[in-house]
Structures are given as C-alpha cells and as structure tokens.
Ligand binder design. Sequence first.
Ligand code: ATP
Length: 353
Amino acid sequence: MAELRLDGVEKRFGPIVAVDGVNLTVPPGTFLCFLGPSGCGKTTLLRLIAGLETPTGGRIDLDGRDVTGLPTHHRNIGMVFQSLALFPHLNVGENIAYGMRVRGLDKAAQARRIDELLDMVQLTGLAERNMAQLSGGQRQRIAIARALALEPSLFLLDEPLSALDAKLRETMQVELRILQQRLGVTTILVTHDQREAMTMSDMVAVMGDGRIQQVGTPLEIYRRPANAFVADFIGTTNMLDGIVDGNEVKIGGARFAVSDLPDELSDGDQVHLSVRPEEVLVTKAGCAPHPPGGRLEGTVAFVRDVGATIETHIDCGAVRLIAAASPKDRPEVRSGDRAMVSLPPDACVVLAK
Ligand code: ATP
C-alpha cells in the first residue's frame, strides 16, 4: 500500500493549461475517483501520475519517493485504459504474463501467478484461451489481471468500464471494488460518470478547469459541496440567488435560516443557496401547519412519477424549484395547485458567488 502525493502539479500544452497546480494526498489503500466534465484535465492528471506525460511544474511522490522524473516502468504502477490495450495475437495467459516476462520472472513463477490472477478475476482455467474468444467483460478482467500481475503500489484506471453495457458495467464496478478492497492497493479511477464515482470510491476528487474543486467522501461532496461548480455538477440541485443578512439568506421577500454560513461571508454578500430536491418539502398552500424553515409560495407546474421518486416542479416567481419524494411521502398537490415550499435550515448550503 502506497501513499500518493501531488504538490503543485501543472501541465501546459502550449497555451492550454490542462492541469493547473494540483495538490492532493491519496492515503494508502484508498480508492479515489477523478470526476469531472469532458476536458477538465482528468486523463492528463492520471497520465502525469503514470509517467506518460512530464509535468511542466510541481512534484509527484509515491510511497515517500519523488517519482516526478522517473519513467513509467520504474514507478511500480499498474494501468488499465479504456482501450484495454490487450495483445490480440497472445492468449490470455501470455497477455497476463507480459509484464512478468519483461521483468524476467521464471516460467514456473509466471504460471503460478497467472493461475492466481485468473482465480482472482473469476476466470479460472482460461489461460490457454484465445483473446478473440472472450466477451467484453472477460477482456476487461484480463486487463485488470495483467495490471495487477506485478503487485503495483498504485493502480490507475482510465474509464475502463465505459465500453460495457449498463448491466455489465455495474457488475464490473462491484467486482473491481471488492478486488481493490481485498488487495488494499491504492487506486485512482478516472470517470465522468457520477454514479460510478459515488458508488465505488472512498474519496472523490471533483475536477473543473484543470483544478481539483473539492476532495471528499461521496457523501461530503453531495451534502456539502464546496462551491457552485461542485453543487451543480454532482446530482441535481436547486440553485437560488440570494443575499446574506445576519444568519439568514434573503431571496426576494423571503428569508431562509441556514445552519452553516461560511466565515468569509458577511451581510450584503451575494450568494447561491443550494438545496437538494429530496430536502425540499411541499405542502398545499393554506394547509397549516407548514414544516419549519424558510418558505416560498408558488404554483405547481407539473408532477412527474419516475417510479422510485415523485418529482414536483413548482414555479415560485422567477425560480422553478424541484422537490423529490418517495411514493409513500408523495405531496398532496397536483399540477396548477398553489403550494408552499419549505427549505429546512440544515439542507440549505450557502455558496459564495
Ligand atoms: P475527457 O473526459 O473528454 O477525456 P479529460 O477531463 O480527461 O476529458 P484531458 O484529456 O485531460 O481532459 O484534457 C484536458 C485539456 O488538455 C483539454 O483542453 C485537452 O484538449 C488538452 N489536451 C490534452 N492532451 C493534449 C495534448 N497532447 N496536446 C494539446 N492539448 C491537450
């Protein structure tokens, strides 16, 4: 198990700043995802860590050792790419053994390790199989086995599951996570799929504009986004424009108590108020008592039943709010009804503009 440390890591391609001064510590054994929109620098950052690109600034430490100038094959890294990069002319065993052969391991040790790895990825006995005779999921497992053959300190994966169909992808996500936990190998996965990042990782690093916008557990990122970019990118949120006034935020004529106000904000500052749809409470207007917290009155635009949740869209003046509830907590409102929307103080996240 190794710790990875990035210190002011930067990569410029001419005028383009692909990675902009990234600082990050990945504790040993952690499964971390780089998550962000297309072009935010995820792949470039992974390639810098792998030694496939040279940084234009900063330093990379792996297991307490400065590896910034080291070539990939001296970093003890295992990698799986979206393309998998398996050799079609070699059979399964030969593909898995590739790195071991280069490293000069004797034939008997290679054969033992191939069997071990095939057991590990649940493909026992397939060493002689031709690559063309494997399914997409099986090829995926071979690529993972090959990357883990030399017991790397760091396991790097760049969107390895994106070519698989949705069902297989979910199965592979679970398998990969179980395997990673069993081996305890420090792992970084690049993905633009939020669900994948949130369900697989110990930590998520949300990237935007070449920078890490926030690092935290999936729940922290979701519940306490550090800024408007993260709040907007992760899941669905209601983003309202307001002004700080004491311990409250004013939105139009309404006032919203908030449980946490960032220290750097003061009266009169313009802010965003971010509230997740599942925290928004909707009642029929005039049906007191309404739940506690700041309230807005509006008209229900439509109600959408999406099976596991009921979404209610309410127009409150210039803003449209979305509330989500489970079918058993379905709000008693219909399209066209006047409704009262309550935002509980501990669900209101205040973000500087
Ligand atoms: P995606 O999810 O689409 O793969 P990404 O977040 O992985 O995107 P990168 O591939 O790291 O993003 O690219 C970050 C930025 O750097 C982009 O603006 C991209 O065009 C640029 N870039 C990446 N590689 C090069 C290169 N070799 N030469 C010039 N610009 C590059």
